[in-house]
Design a protein around this ligand. Structure first.
Ligand SMILES: *Cc1c(COP(=O)(O)O)cnc(C)c1O
Length: 383
């Protein structure tokens, strides 16, 4: 199907619909879902995800950088809102303001630059004030609130404060419970403080996926949802906690992504020989091995050397030897496998399935990390 590529990624429309449905029920009708599309939509591809999400009624997207905002805008066909949570390149600022693209403000330098550009353009820049509440990554420290409030009062001609927000430092684990409660309190204080200075944003948001699952009382009027929409949990703990609370025996989410390749070659290896580079795998009997044309340069981690699994013709088979840049080997001694057969790296094959978390556990990567390392050039297709 893809003559120019050794592997392809399938995105399931049905799974995405299921997940958005789940999220709408989870947060209720009064909370806006901002779909987080950083990291090339967690490896799924901004190009494919934006139209699909808009078809499902999503009208708010959050990205990390202004370069991603440009991407989202180019594939958006609805009047969706785009919010930049991280980096802005100077060259992109006029475009942002012109197109009502919103952004986090976490320091005076950014605020000043936005105001200067906005005054030149005679158009207000739309911002979300990010408050520091305890993550200590980006955000305006309580000690700077006074100065910031005064600046915003001066800048009422060039800056419109649309939102106020913060980010929780690890809502996916109960071990951070106390820290999150503390963050919540500082955030409330901050909102009250700025309101007292006449700064009244319409949107308040603090929660990511884990927050929306573990601390729904913090949803306020918008949540920034990444991993859940792709059908994956922020952590096992959030999954178990949600499923127990709702007495579910089956995962209510569906994985959107599948990743497939094919068998490139097959050969026999004699007992006592090493397989692949170095001496990490010894054939202890006569073996048949298949080569699959996917390697670490596409996002198939070297961490899967000698213990990854793939599915071929309804068999779960083991990676043998080290993963190379462009290929890896699989033992097929006991399976019926031919050159050209389909290989599933992530996804279902008959009754068997390889989940992203299985894959990421084996390679000691986070769900998030594995997905975002999938090569941008692997073709994506919506099925
Ligand atoms: C990545 C990110 C999110 C989304 O996180 P998920 O765990 O994928 O839902 C939300 N807010 C901010 C600030 C982020 O950086």
């Amino acid at each position: 199907m893809f003559p120019n590529s050794s592997s392809s990624i399938e995105l399931s429309r049905l799974a995405l619909e299921n997940n958005i449905d789940f999220l709408r029920k989870l947060v209720g009708p009064d909370v806006t879902i901002s779909s987080v599309l950083k990291g090339n939509a967690y490896g799924h591809g901004i190009k494919h995800m934006v139209p699909e999400l808009e078809r499902l009624g999503i009208r708010h997207f959050s990205v990390f950088g202004s370069f991603e905002a440009l991407d989202v805008a180019s594939f958006s066909t609805e009047s969706s809102t785009i919010l930049i949570m991280g980096d802005i390149l100077d060259d992109h600022m006029p475009w942002m303001i012109e197109n009502d693209v919103e952004c986090f403000v976490f320091n005076k330098i950014r605020l000043n630059a936005l105001c200067k550009q906005a005054r030149l353009m005679k158009k207000k820049a739309r911002i979300h004030l990010e408050l520091e509440t305890g993550m200590n990554r980006t955000g305006i420290n309580p000690s700077e609130w006074k100065e910031m409030a005064a600046l915003l009062q001066d800048y009422s001609d060039c800056i419109e404060v649309i939102g106020m927000c913060t980010h929780f430092a690890g809502a996916e684990s109960v071990s951070n419970y106390k820290r999150i409660l503390n963050q919540k309190e500082i955030f409330s204080n901050g909102v009250a403080y700025f309101k007292g200075k006449g700064i009244n944003p319409t949107i308040l948001h603090t929660s990511c996926s884990a927050g929306a699952i573990m601390y729904p009382e913090n949803n306020l009027n918008m949540v920034r949802i990444g991993i859940l929409q792709y059908g994956l949990w922020p952590s096992q703990e959030t999954q178990v906690s949600y499923m127990r609370e709702h007495k579910l025996t089956e995962d209510p989410l569906s994985r959107v992504i599948s990743w497939r390749s094919h068998v490139m070659d097959i050969k026999t290896v004699k007992m006592g020989e090493f397989i692949g580079y170095g001496t990490s795998f010894l054939a202890e009997y006569d073996m048949r091995v298949a080569s699959v044309p996917v390697g670490y340069s596409y996002g198939f981690s070297r961490g899967l050397s000698n213990h990854g699994r793939v599915l071929i013709n309804g068999h779960r088979l083991s990676v043998v030897g080290v993963v190379n840049m462009n290929m890896f080997l699989v033992e097929i001694t006991h399976a019926e496998v031919n050159i050209g057969d389909k290989v599933t790296l992530i996804g279902n094959d008959g009754d068997l399935s390889i989940s992203v978390s299985h894959f990421s556990n084996l390679s000691e990567q986070l769900n998030y990390e594995l997905l975002t390392r999938l090569d941008k050039d692997i073709p994506r297709v919506v099925v």
